[in-house]
Design a protein around this ligand. Structure first.
Ligand code: HPA
Length: 276
């Protein structure tokens, strides 16, 4: 899709949401696979199902029921995406990042991305949380390909600090203060939907990657392009292919997310309320 069409679609989506709520979020949160229960921690003011937004991409993955939840975490106004769309579902990558751009236009200046990821770093364990320090995007399509949307950002945006230092420091501090063990590292997005081969995991490790998944990076690039401050937390749901004797499956992702859920909930709540 060309930039002009993408922007017009975005404006139509914005109008649809604004017909339903005038809520002004400050922080946007995207909940990753298995982490959707976090929505229970929000004092809900309004909900908008993706299906009620004209042209909005709708997730087909089990465990990704799709809606925006508007409300408060502590005193902080948030918009939370329960369910995201993935590139592997067959959507144009501009549709995959449309929700991020929409949340920016709704007022959110900060984006907290979360996901379930495979651990590539051998010192990681299933159930660990990892602060994303940087990413590797070269295995996923770039969401900014096509005519640039000048209303959103520049043609050649800088990506030397995608993950905001101040937000990272807040997450780190909150984890330490509340006794939540936090790994840190580089996340790579591959397209999926197949999991990686052991050789691909060895390649990623050589490239300096600590965790691998099928989301997040394209959203981080689009958010950075449109001037949002970005941060991210991965829930390590399994050690990546070839690191254990067992084959990988989607159920394992949910089980590890359940195990990490209390720590994840606490960390997200403390961080969101402490973001400056
Ligand atoms: N690989 C890619 N994506 C994932 C994985 C993995 O091992 N675990 C959870 N999401």
């Amino acid at each position: 899709m060309q930039g002009k069409e993408v922007y017009e679609k975005l404006q139509r989506c914005l109008a649809c949401v604004r017909e339903k709520t005038s809520f002004q979020p400050r922080v946007a949160v995207i909940l990753g696979s298995g982490l959707g229960d976090y929505a229970q921690s929000i004092r809900v003011e309004a909900e908008v199902s993706y299906g009620d937004i004209e042209g909005f991409p709708i997730s087909t993955v089990p465990g990704h029921a799709g809606k925006f939840i508007f409300g408060f975490v502590g005193e902080t106004p948030v918009v939370c995406m329960k369910g995201r769309v993935h590139y592997y579902e067959g959507y144009d990558v501009t549709d995959v990042v449309l929700p991020v751009r929409l949340m920016k236009l709704l007022g959110a200046g900060i984006l907290l991305l979360t996901n379930a990821a495979g651990g590539v770093n051998p010192s990681f364990h299933a159930g660990d949380l990892m602060l994303i320090r940087d990413h590797i995007s070269v295995f996923a399509p770039n969401p900014l390909i096509g005519g640039n949307i000048e209303e959103l950002g520049p043609r050649f945006p800088d990506m030397s600090r995608v993950y905001d230092r101040g937000l990272q420091e807040t997450i780190r501090r909150q984890a330490a203060e509340h006794g939540i063990y936090l790994q840190e590292g580089v996340y790579a997005q591959l397209t999926g939907p197949s999991f990686e081969s052991p050789a691909e995991i060895r390649m990623l490790r050589m490239l300096g990657c600590d965790a691998v998944g099928m989301s997040t990076v394209v959203e981080a690039i689009a958010a950075n392009h449109c001037g949002m401050r970005v941060c991210g937390i991965s829930c390590i749901s399994n050690l990546a292919a070839g690191m254990t004797d067992r084959p990988l499956n989607h159920e394992e992702v949910q089980e590890a997310a359940d195990m990490a859920a209390p720590r994840f909930r606490e960390l997200v709540t403390k961080a969101v309320t402490a973001f400056e």
